[in-house]
Design a protein around this ligand. Structure first.
Ligand SMILES: Cc1cc2nc3c(=O)[nH]c(=O)nc-3n(C[C@H](O)[C@H](O)[C@H](O)COP(=O)(O)O)c2cc1C
Length: 442
């Protein structure tokens, strides 16, 4: 007699889930690894794991609609003769021309300017659209040197030396041949239609001493006027922040692993770097240990989405945040109105991340002349400005409820964490307790 199990619900493996299985099949069929844009998609400790306490008997709130709550910030006051003055502590992160279309760059400049903040160039240089429409433009100095020239250094309002990015600390970007149009090729002084892999480290330095020399050179070229930022991926935030300060940075930018990229290996995006939340406390601690907190400003990026995220980052000691992905969504990226075309590309709105292929139906991550016409830079810029305004109002609402007349007066004491992990990373108590796991260690 053969024994047969009674029927049960078939059980799939948590380890070999559907996505993992499809990735194994894809790798087996093609022999190539996956490249995509965006940031880490897996669930990570994040700002959602923190809550504000708000006012109570022992804390006095400010009136929501009547009492002032300052949002302005000055960046680069350490050495620069002309520091950057912004109305809001939310900046637009560096995104390359090449990965983004010209109209998208123009829209970023317009939106940032309307909202009183800065935008940033990226790999591939400074476009006239972006310079022309950005009141305050930060010029990136990247390992690839694509599109770099001294004239544009002088036309910028600040310079950002990019050491790394949160999506790929230690890695370089890539721009596939189909996005290398005549214009992109000319700006990068490289051939048209050939895949370009950006360098992962600067050609002329091997460590912090070289960084110090490079920063001095940049100051000389720009007559000590422009603030110099140093951007690092979220790898070793305590030491990277301390070394950037030692090398002379006016502003340190720390980009956590949820940070977006235009194109990188999926395995890299999901497995290298530390979550944004885990980067903040060590970076702030480094500045405090050096007596430089608030003297050298700290910008944090990677997965910032709303005013609560902004307020939480500021409460942990950050001076400003920077956004990439969310700004693209505000412009129209991944908009459900293009759903039929996303479906033709084998994806859906909200999941489209093959930005490197240059076929973006929304016209943002493409160099296709027809697709990019879908971006109206004026309307898209206005949407970005609206979104920045809402984020700022949301952050102010929270700050007032915590009794703060400036966003920068928010403090760790205003926060609790929902999980032990977030409590340890952010250095705030677990909700309902006065326990800060791992206090003074990281
Ligand atoms: C389309 C795209 C292009 C990017 N290009 C660059 C770049 O050229 N240089 C750079 O330092 N970072 C680049 N980044 C990373 C952003 O500057 C920023 O660190 C990141 O997007 C922040 O995370 P968020 O997208 O979650 O806001 C890019 C990001 C995106 C989404």
């Amino acid at each position: 007699m053969t024994y047969r199990n009674p029927p049960t619900t078939p059980r799939k493996s948590a380890t070999f889930d559907d996505y993992t299985l499809s990735e194994i099949r894809r790798a087996a069929a093609t022999g190539i690894y996956d490249i995509r844009g965006g940031g880490a998609k897996r669930k990570l400790p994040h700002f959602d794991d923190l809550l504000f306490l708000g006012a109570s008997i022992s804390r006095y709130p400010l009136e929501g609609y009547r009492e002032r709550c300052d949002t302005s910030v000055v960046l680069g006051s350490r050495h620069a003769k002309k520091p950057i003055e912004l109305k809001i502590p939310i900046t637009i992160a560096g995104m390359s021309f090449g990965s983004l279309s010209g109209p998208a760059k123009e829209a970023l400049g317009r939106g940032a300017t309307l909202a009183g903040t800065s935008t940033t160039t990226g790999d591939g240089g400074m476009t006239e659209e972006e310079r022309g429409h950005s009141k305050t433009l930060v010029y990136q100095y990247l390992p690839s040197r694509y599109g770099m020239n001294p004239r544009d250094l002088r036309r910028a309002d600040a310079i950002e030396v990019v050491v790394g990015q949160g999506a790929k600390p230690g890695g370089g970007g890539m721009l596939l041949g189909q996005k290398i149009s005549d214009r992109v090729a000319e700006m990068r002084t490289l051939p048209k239609g050939i895949d370009q892999r950006s360098a992962s480290r600067h050609p002329d330095w091997t460590g912090p001493d070289d960084l110090e020399i490079k920063i001095l050179e940049l100051r000389e070229i720009t007559d000590w006027e422009k603030p110099i930022y140093v951007k690092v991926g979220g790898a070793r935030p305590y030491y990277d922040t301390a070394l950037a300060v030692k090398a002379g940075a006016d502003v340190v930018v720390v980009d956590g692993m949820q940070g977006g990229t235009a194109a990188t290996q999926e395995v890299f995006i999901e497995n290298v770097g530390q979550p944004t939340l885990a980067c903040i406390r060590p970076a702030v601690q480094a500045l405090q240990d050096l007596g430089m907190h608030r003297k050298v400003q700290l910008i944090v990026s990677g997965g910032i989405r709303n005013g609560a995220d902004v307020a939480k980052a500021l409460a942990l000691g950050v001076d400003a945040v920077s956004i990439g992905t969310a700004a693209l969504v505000a412009l129209g990226d991944n908009d459900p109105r293009w759903e039929a075309e996303y479906n033709e590309l084998g994806t859906t709105s909200g999941a489209y991340d093959d930005w490197h292929e240059g076929r973006d139906p929304a016209g943002i991550t493409t160099q296709d002349p027809e697709l990019m016409k879908r971006v109206d830079p004026i309307a898209a810029g206005r949407r970005l400005a609206n979104y920045l305004k809402v984020m700022t109002l949301e952050a102010q609402t929270i700050a007032r409820a915590c009794g703060k007349n400036s966003l920068h007066n928010l403090e760790p004491e205003d926060l609790v964490a929902l999980t032990i992990e977030a409590a340890a990373m952010a250095g705030v108590p677990l909700a309902g307790t006065n326990w800060i796991p791992g206090k003074n260690t990281f």
